[in-house]
Design a protein around this ligand. Structure first.
Ligand code: PEP
Length: 248
């Protein structure tokens, strides 16, 4: 049986004062959590997350990483830098990065590889837009995004990674995929990985993301191929984040 994981994505929200309250709540509850938990925070707050969460069961990570190892790339942050700040995870290929910052499948694959090279666990985000779902190409889109990483890093790399299925139309919109809709895509992802390595597929944590809330988490996480959640908005409210962890 795969362990459940709930990862928060704070996006570009927070302040030292607001984070302190949130992290203090999470830290106080950490000992009682019975699932894996992590927060992916903006880069400037990594040290704050590290100082609050060190020694607890809650991990922290970044929301993006450079596809380059180091060099003259002004404004970029390398995987080794994230590793130095104690990150366990880093998001790669979040739909906001793909759409707003023009990250291609091959860029995402390079970021994934850099993250692993530095010993981080990439959380690879995949998912279709509403137009793609309506065109009936959800499976093709998700498979293409996954294959870009499989072809670049090989299937064994997925034994040191987490997948997140995030339908773009459900992110930050309040529209959640139904448990059945999400399960269908999660099963498809697992089957795709199983074509190359059944054991890797069996052990792969596949999170669902897209308007996960305390009120819908339990039924989503009850599906056989949903191994937890990647949570945006609700991860900024300690009670909600912890309630979602409790559901997991
Ligand atoms: C996300 O940012 O990955 C996300 C799923 O956001 P939300 O939970 O707000 O839809």
């Amino acid at each position: 049986m795969r362990a459940k994981l709930v990862a928060g994505n704070w996006k570009m929200y927070g302040s030292l004062a607001a984070n302190l309250k949130l992290l203090t709540h999470i830290k106080e509850a950490a000992a009682g959590l019975r699932c894996g938990a992590a927060v992916c925070v903006p880069f400037p707050y990594l040290e704050q997350a590290r100082s609050a969460l060190s020694g607890t069961s809650v991990a922290w990570g970044g929301q993006n990483v450079s596809e380059h190892e180091e060099g003259a790339y002004t404004g970029e942050v390398s995987a080794a830098m994230l590793q130095e700040f104690g990150c366990r995870y880093v998001l790669v290929g979040h739909s906001e990065r793909r759409a707003l910052f023009a990250e291609s499948d091959s860029t995402v694959a390079a970021k994934f590889a850099q993250a692993q090279r530095a010993g981080l666990i990439p959380i690879l985000c995949v998912g279709e837009t509403l137009a793609e779902r309506e065109d009936g190409v959800t499976a093709a889109v998700v498979t293409r995004q996954l294959d870009a990483v499989l072809n670049d890093s090989g299937v064994a790399a997925l034994s040191r990674a987490v997948l997140a299925y995030e339908p773009v139309w459900a992110i930050g919109t309040g529209k959640t995929a139904s448990p059945e809709q999400a399960q269908e895509v999660h099963a498809l992802i697992r089957a795709r990985v199983a074509q190359s390595a059944a054991a890797v597929a069996e052990g792969l944590q596949i999170l669902y993301g897209g308007s996960v809330k305390p009120g819908n988490a339990r039924e989503l996480f009850a599906m056989p191929d949903i191994d937890g959640g990647l949570v945006g908005g609700a991860s900024l409210v300690a009670e909600d984040f912890l309630a979602i962890c409790a559901a997991a």
